[in-house]
Design a protein around this ligand. Structure first.
Ligand code: FAD
Length: 323
């Protein structure tokens, strides 16, 4: 059945995150020939509407409000529920990001909708969407279908391909005025950690280090490799616990879940909790001096040896090829 699907875009630092475009592609599947309506919330987001249309949304609704400048549960929930009142969606899709994870269960509950979280694929079965999502920390996958009511889903970044941008595509952009009140949370200031560079959860290449890296300085060659490949540095919990790097870089069951095209696991043993965050990466390269390390069981390419010798050599070789 054709559905009207709202796709909630995610704006960070004045730009749409890639997962917003991936959500449009997923939304198109869920809509099954129906309308895909992009929703953008922020202080002044109307300028971003066009790109959502160019990536496949049929039209876009913007909500501009000073209280939506930075995400808060209260304000976004209130605004989105008012958008839902106006638009009466039959489907809702957004990214399985920190924002998506926080706001989606609250919205789904208010809509009395079934929620499929962390979907990595969508297919159609008898005109209805079927979502694939990982279970048991990524060791298995299940397929979920919502049989009645609003179809609500969050999608894992980097799994569902966005459409090619079509700069000739046009669509209507309208604004909904919302009333936001009685906020329990206000953001007074956002202080960024000085990690800079590429966003780990959306990076195509991740160079992750573990306890084997042995120190904060030991991460420097990994950073060089990541910089060369336009990637981000990540870490195991072992490395974070040892204070070699910030917990914001942790990948795994209790860290970030990532699915880059290329994942380097360097000096990481491959504990199940780490694999839960990265085993769905498209190509995994492991560098470890222990040939029995479990990381080699999930790696596509394995290099047995001392990371302090191999990583600089690899970077040098790649630099010769790429630069
Ligand atoms: P280690 O297991 O100590 O491995 C270090 C590796 O480096 C070894 O394989 C060694 O051979 C190799 N090495 C050493 N020196 C060199 C060298 N010079 N060259 C090459 N290789 C070298 N872990 C996570 O990563 N993410 C999580 O989200 C997470 N969540 C957890 C949740 C729970 C509830 C629990 C109980 C644990 C969790 N853990 C998590 C911890 C996990 O169990 C492991 O302890 C952790 O992943 C180990 O980190 P590591 O591989 O860096 O360290």
């Amino acid at each position: 059945m054709a559905k009207k699907v709202l796709v909630i875009g995610e704006v960070r630092d004045g730009e749409l995150r890639n997962v917003s475009f991936e959500a449009v592609a997923a939304g198109k599947m869920v809509a099954n020939g129906g309308e895909v309506v992009g929703v953008l919330l922020g202080e002044n987001v109307s300028g971003l509407a066009e790109s959502l249309i160019q990536y496949g949304a049929d039209r876009v609704v913007t909500v501009n409000h000073a209280d939506l400048k930075t995400y808060t549960t209260d304000a976004y929930q209130q605004a989105l529920l008012q958008v839902f009142d106006v638009e009466s969606p039959e489907g809702v899709v957004l990214g399985h990001t920190a924002m998506g994870k926080d706001v989606s269960p609250r919205l789904a509950m208010k809509l009395n909708a079934g929620l499929v979280s962390d979907a990595v694929a969508v297919e159609m079965d008898g005109g209805e969407p079927v979502f694939t999502r990982p279970i048991y920390s990524g060791k298995a996958f299940e397929k979920k279908k919502i049989n009645e009511g609003v179809v609500f889903a969050t999608i894992r970044p980097n799994n569902i391909a966005a459409f090619e941008q079509d700069t000739k595509r046009t669509g209507d952009v309208s604004t909904i005025t919302v009333d936001i009140k009685d906020l329990r949370t206000t953001i007074r200031d956002v202080v960024k950690k000085a990690t800079g560079g590429v966003d780990l959860s959306e990076a195509n290449v991740i160079v992750a280090g573990g306890r084997g890296v042995k120190s904060a300085d030991g991460f420097k060659p990994l950073q060089d490799l990541a910089d060369l490949l336009g990637g981000a540095v990540g870490a195991s919990r072992g490395a974070c616990d040892a204070e070699y790097c910030d917990y914001g870089l942790q990948i795994g069951q209790t860290g970030k879940v990532v699915t880059p095209d290329l994942y380097f696991a360097i000096g990481i043993s491959g504990a199940i909790q780490h694999l839960a965050g990265m085993s769905n990466s498209k190509v995994i390269v492991a560098i470890n001096k222990d040939p029995e390390a479990p990381i080699f069981e999930v790696a596509d390419y394995g290099i047995v040896g001392d990371l302090f010798e191999i990583v600089p050599l690899l970077t040098e070789e790649l630099r010769n090829v790429l630069v």
